[in-house]
Design a protein around this ligand. Structure first.
Ligand SMILES: [Zn+2]
Length: 260
């Protein structure tokens, strides 16, 4: 089984790089991206997991509800989408996001992914104490100068003193090169597909992540062109191609909570 996960948040890539940009904190991009995604998922009967920030949910409660009613899993992506290099109360931020979303859908949320995949043991302890069943913030990837999580496991795992399970994001099993979002967009479907085949052969269910805003055409002078290249209809078509290839191989698409 493959899990497609969508991080749904305010666009703040320029902001995170210290750049002023008229589009910082824009939530409409993600709303419009979700419209494209819901059409695609419905066409192929795919159920996905959406990790949503509380900030986004406050602006678009009806969107959260339409995703939920379409049968997808709603999970938490924090309140604010800014976890790196910032001092804040982690438990308060998570709880704030969780409560806003649970009030909208009227159901308890069990999953979490940290903004900017800021995985840590401290995070797991906080999530465990707040009653989350799983976390999917671990991106066990190697990307020189950015990630070096080569020593972390690539399979779902638990911890001796915590109830919570960790469901890592899919990477190439040996080289640990990333295969999700901008990597699929810039390198092509084959790049992600090759790694997915390797993981499936090893009995690992690939968990892939993309962002809602990647499915609308994005332009910004304040981020690298790699952030916005092939966004919009091109990426919708790439994801559709990926779904079709894997369905032909007999693979199913399911929500992350089904992996627990
Ligand atoms: Zn995010």
């Amino acid at each position: 089984m493959i899990s497609i996960t969508i991080d749904c948040e305010e666009w703040n890539s320029p902001y995170l790089r210290g750049r002023h940009d008229i589009d910082n904190f824009n939530t409409q991009f993600s709303y419009d991206g979700n419209t494209q995604l819901l059409k695609l998922f419905s066409k192929h009967n795919v159920h996905a997991t959406f990790f949503i920030t509380g900030y986004y949910a406050e602006q678009h409660p009806s969107d959260v509800l339409r995703i939920f009613k379409a049968g997808h899993e709603i999970a938490c992506h924090g309140y604010e989408h800014h976890y790196r290099n910032r001092k804040f109360n982690l438990a308060e931020d998570v709880m704030k996001g969780k409560k806003i979303i649970e009030k909208i859908i009227g159901t308890k949320i069990v999953g979490f992914r940290a903004p900017q995949v800021q995985y840590s043991l401290r995070l797991l302890e906080v999530l465990d104490s707040l009653g989350f069943t799983y976390d999917s913030s671990l991106h066990p990837a190697y990307l020189p100068g950015y990630y070096n999580n080569r020593t972390f496991p690539i399979k779902p795992h638990s911890f001796p003193y915590l109830k919570i399970k960790e469901i890592p994001v899919a990477v190439y099993p040996f080289t640990r090169l990333p295969i999700v979002w901008m990597f699929m967009r810039n390198l092509g479907v084959w790049w992600t597909q090759r790694a997915v085949n390797k993981l499936c052969r090893r009995g690992i269910n690939p968990v892939l992540y993309f962002h809602s805003w990647e499915f609308v055409s994005m332009k910004s002078d304040n981020v690298s062109f790699l952030f916005t290249r092939n966004t919009g209809v091109r990426f919708v078509n790439m994801l559709e191609k990926f779904i079709v290839i894997n369905k032909k191989k007999g693979r199913k698409f399911g929500k992350v909570k089904e992996l627990i």
